[in-house]
Design a protein around this ligand. Structure first.
Ligand code: MOS
Length: 732
């Protein structure tokens, strides 16, 4: 189905099932341990072997030699793969560095070997006996030092300009010119990367943990040098990803190569301490923001420059993205520069671009409001725009940032905030409130599904869409139930299998809207097929209460299915009409913090997010996405930082003891409000994404609350207590 014009009224708009807070249909499987994650697939009749990955102990240089003589003799060892004895595996389009093979070392903990043994412990023990000699080279590991030589990235982040920024900034009545930094961050999802590979002749089946099945399958086939049709991927349950599982990783490649060499199925899990340096991370940024405004608070100039680093061939962190679209102002410029670093690969992490971009921009907006003597909520509202400010002919498909800010201010009790910093004390706590806008673009991608009606009246949906903990199973079942007029227990959903139609996958917060739109398209085809089979007029056919109806004729779906059932398959594809409008999602974050006056420790007291993001397909799962994202934002504001060892070139705190993420218990009170809306330009579902929006702006709202509490303005994340303690008032 081609989505060529804005959506009109369709069966989804009945909202009998879609839009309802239905509990996860996979919830029981998960809470009872029957949902099998990648490493847990286990056939008792199969003798598995276990692979243990060896990582490079240098960040840059080459392998001089690898001696496996002793390791090979260790108990239980079947085989050992070494990088120096084979050519680098071919890269697909998605990876910057080769995942295995060759003597060249591009980053610390690059996979350079795999020991395959009868047990995991034996493989690990033998790995310590592999002797590696390196020829190390000096690398570049410090973004601040490398930024002088940063260049315009080859792709992905063009400079932008509109009006005359320099002039507008030079003559502005009130100006700000500040620099902000965000650190390298780790996805640190619950389930580490893991794969099991089993060969059958020249075909390989890989159970893995992947956000996007089809690109993985393509890249794994390229890496293994086999035809894509020979690769079967399974990833039905995933313990989080946040972008780290968007693209093929070493575990899958090594499991497949190891299984081939060992002649039996091989399991490979990347251990937690290996993840930070072997896989990808969100790159650190240095961001300079300049804003000019007239005395009434109207922005006249806005400029945003960002520097980040990556391995050669890697992309930049596009942190200026939101600044092109979020606020009005005639003089505009953005610029992105990329420095060459020899740290592990930087890549997408939840809301790449906007998440670190808003960490900077939304503090800058708070600082500007201060300088103007304006309330920070009002300052943002004054500068709202309903059109793309770089291209005023392009309106937003739907934009209610103002509604988010106003609704949030009212619900949060914003009027009780004292605008004078450091003026609210509660015992040992300095208390403050902060606000930030949330913004994330809404992308749509082609997505396919197959639906089958069987003689029991059950609808089975098959798509290679994944559920990374987001609720895909549930919203897809809701979509099919709505379209075919059946209750939820008459729908079965099968996901994450490369034999199913290619879907959007889980990424860029586009999965919910795009994948359900694909299911919508397939269900529309199934409705037609059913009507046609029965000779019903498909123009006035309706589906309700497990029946198909037309005029005064009706038939239960179980009967309509016949003995063989009815099957339909389709893909939603998007027409050009969407280019005439800018599609984005909006929100506002409100936070109250307490800062311990003696220690500088910051505690979250309460948080509120208001989202305007199209139709909410399931308020329960959407809320889970947003509160999870808000929690992630707390980590981003207060504790998360991959500490760079600038001499040796690696992330030193590579485990969850040293890399501190926020958890539920850190936040006593969280609330989410979804504004009631539907965006007819996004898809027939009229939905957009919230999974990344929920993170965008959170950290800045916290930083702004800390400023309101203490009067201390911190521009370098995370806001650890050492950055506050020396500037706090004397104890009294
Ligand atoms: Mo997201 S960073 O596209 O998983």
């Amino acid at each position: 189905m081609r989505f060529d014009t804005p959506a009109t009224i369709n069966p989804i708009d009945q909202l009998k099932v879609v839009g309802k807070p239905i509990e996860r249909i996979d919830g029981q499987l998960k809470t009872t341990g029957r949902a099998h994650y990648a490493y847990e697939w286990h056939d008792p009749n199969v003798a598995y072997a276990y692979g243990y990955v060896i990582g490079s102990a240098i960040a840059k240089g080459r392998i001089a030699s690898m001696d496996i003589t002793e390791a090979k003799r260790a108990p239980g060892v079947f085989t050992i793969l070494t990088a120096d004895s084979m050519e680098p595996v071919k890269k697909g389009s998605a990876n910057t560095a080769s995942l295995f093979g060759g003597k060249e070392i591009q980053h610390y903990h690059q996979a350079i070997g795999l020991v395959v043994a009868e047990t995991f412990e034996q493989a690990r023990a033998a790995s310590y006996l592999v002797k590696v000699q390196y020829e190390a080279e000096k690398g570049a590991f410090d973004l601040a030092a490398a930024m002088q030589d940063a260049v315009k990235p080859g792709r992905g982040a063009p400079d932008s300009a509109a009006g005359d920024f320099d002039h507008a900034f030079a003559i502005a009545a009130i100006t700000l010119d500040e620099t902000y930094t965000t650190p390298d961050q780790s996805h640190s999802m619950m389930e580490p990367h893991a794969s099991i590979a089993a060969w059958n002749g020249d075909e390989v089946t890989v159970w893995t943990s992947s956000q996007m099945i089809n690109p993985w399958r393509r890249d794994l086939a390229i890496a293994l040098g086999v035809d894509k049709e020979k690769v079967h991927l399974m990833s039905p349950f995933i313990g989080g990803g946040f972008g780290s599982k968007l693209f093929l990783r070493a575990d899958a490649v090594l499991a497949a190569l190891g299984a081939k060499a060992a002649g039996r199925p091989v399991k490979v899990a990347l251990t937690r301490p290996f993840l930070m340096n072997n896989t990808t991370h969100r790159p650190a940024t240095i961001q300079r923001i300049r804003i000019g405004a007239d005395r009434d608070g109207k922005i006249t100039a806005i400029g945003h420059e960002s520097w980040s680093g990556n391995l050669k061939g890697g992309g930049p962190e596009n942190a200026v993205q939101q600044t092109r679209l979020l606020y009005a102002g005639a003089g505009r410029m953005t610029r992105t520069r990329l420095a060459a670093l020899d740290l592990p690969e930087g890549n997408a992490m939840r809301a790449p671009g906007e998440a670190p971009g808003l960490m900077a921009l939304e503090i800058a907006m708070d600082e500007m409001a201060d300088r103007l003597g304006l309330d920070p909520v009002e300052f943002r509202i004054i500068n709202d725009t309903q059109v793309d400010p770089e291209n005023p002919d392009r309106p937003f498909s739907h934009r209610n940032l103002v509604g988010c800010l106003r609704t949030g201010a009212e619900h949060f009790g914003w009027e009780t905030r004292n605008s004078r910093p450091g003026s609210h004390r509660d015992g040992q706590w300095l208390v403050g409130m902060g606000v930030a806008s949330a913004f994330r673009n809404n992308m749509v991608v082609a997505s396919g599904a197959r639906v089958m009606l069987d003689r029991d009246g059950v609808i089975t949906v098959e798509t290679d869409m994944t559920d990374i903990g987001t609720g895909s199973y549930t919203i897809i079942a809701q979509t099919a139930a709505e379209m075919l007029g059946v209750p939820m227990d008459k729908v079965a959903v099968q996901l994450g299998d490369s034999r199913f139609p290619v879907s959007a996958g889980s990424g860029g917060q586009r999965g919910a809207n795009s994948s359900t739109a694909g299911v919508y398209a397939a269900c529309a085809k199934l409705r037609e097929a059913i009507a046609q089979k029965l000779g019903f007029n498909s123009a006035d056919v309706t589906f309700a209460d497990g029946e198909v109806r037309s005029g005064n004729r009706r038939m239960p779906l179980s009967q309509a299915a016949g003995q063989d059932g009815i099957i339909a398959e389709d893909t939603i594809e998007y027409g050009d009409f969407q280019n005439t409008h800018q599609q984005s999602t909006f929100g506002a974050h409100f936070v109250e913090v307490g800062v311990d006056v003696a220690t500088g420790e910051t505690r979250i007291r309460r948080m509120l997010a208001v989202c305007a993001a199209g139709r909410i397909l399931n308020p329960l799962t959407a809320r889970s996405q947003v509160i999870g994202a808000m929690t992630m934002g707390v980590g981003g504001a207060l504790s998360e930082e991959l500490a760079v060892d600038r001499t040796r070139g690696f992330f030193a705190n590579h485990d969850l003891a040293g890399y501190e993420v926020a958890v539920h218990a850190d936040i006593p009170h969280q609330e989410v409000i979804f504004l009631d809306e539907a965006d007819p330009m996004s898809s027939p579902m009229k939905a957009k994404g919230v999974g990344e929006l929920g993170l965008c702006g959170v950290a800045a709202a916290i930083a702004n609350a800390v400023h309101n509490a203490t009067g201390v303005r911190v521009r370098n994340y995370p806001l650890t207590l050492d950055k506050l303690i020396h500037q706090l008032p004397e104890l009294s």
